[in-house]
Design a protein around this ligand. Structure first.
Ligand code: G3P
Ligand code: CA
Length: 240
């Protein structure tokens, strides 16, 4: 079973920062996951929330700041004093960390609150610039965004994110179309996921920080999970 470091190694570093991704780049895991929003001046930045309030010493919507304005804030101190001075990274800066590694990069388009018109083309351009076409997975809770990606670049792997259970995941994802199914931990144990796995769907599960659940998911035949603490889960699933 593959592991993806969720927002980087976010159990031990401030999420979605270069520090969290550098730590992940040193680990023997399948890949990383990150979240993308668009600034007022059209730059792609890596941050989870629509606002900077929770993960910086500033306040306001990402979409209302230019990149330069966002750089005035500190994205590390909220997590621990030792990370004071961490900045908000651009997507390009994070991809740069992984150019010479083996890791897959799951780029989540955070278009479910603000649509960020044109984000798909911007992300595809960044992926092409870094020659990472074969290593990326683009996911979103906004499945219209995935349709746009498919129309522009059908060769890129896409994954539909689900917060709830569907009766029939595979029939639905074929209509988008998307290549993989990304579900929450409770959903992973429901029958429609067992059915999807029987149909050879690719299923990845977020966010799994408990070794016992990780072991159960491995037994079910889940292909990958997203975790904030990849080393702890790696130790746990490799134990007999
Ligand atoms: O991509 C999996 C997971 O990151 C989705 O939820 O809220 O952590 O972005 P969230
Ligand atoms: Ca995410």
């Amino acid at each position: 079973m593959d592991l993806f470091a969720h927002r980087g190694v976010s159990a031990h570093y401030p999420e979605n920062t270069k520090a969290a991704f550098y730590a992940a780049s040193k680990l023997p895991i399948a890949g990383i996951e990150l979240d993308v929003h668009v600034t007022a001046d059209g730059e792609l930045v890596v941050i989870h929330d629509e606002t900077i309030d929770r993960t910086s010493n500033g306040s306001g919507y990402v979409k209302d700041f230019t990149l330069q304005q966002l750089r005035a804030y500190d994205y590390g101190s909220w997590f621990a004093a030792q990370f004071q001075g961490e900045s908000i990274p651009t997507l390009g800066e994070v991809l740069e960390i992984f150019v010479a590694t083996h890791h897959r990069i799951n780029i989540e388009l955070k278009t479910d609150v603000f649509p960020y018109e044109g984000i798909e083309a911007l992300v595809l351009k960044e992926i092409a610039t870094h020659q990472m076409t074969e290593r990326v997975i683009i996911s979103s809770f906004n499945h219209e965004s995935l349709q746009t990606v498919y129309q522009m670049a059908p060769y890129i792997e896409t994954a539909a994110l689900f917060a709830e259970v569907l009766v029939d995941f595979t029939t639905y994802t074929a209509t988008i179309p998307a290549n993989a199914i990304h579900v929450s931990l409770p959903t992973a144990f429901r029958k429609p996921i067992a059915t999807a796995l029987e149909k050879e769907a690719t299923v990845r599960v977020y966010t799994v920080n408990d070794v016992k659940y990780a072991q159960q998911l491995q037994q079910l035949g889940i292909q990958a999970l997203f975790t904030d603490d990849p080393e702890a889960i790696l130790d746990g699933i490799n134990k007999d």
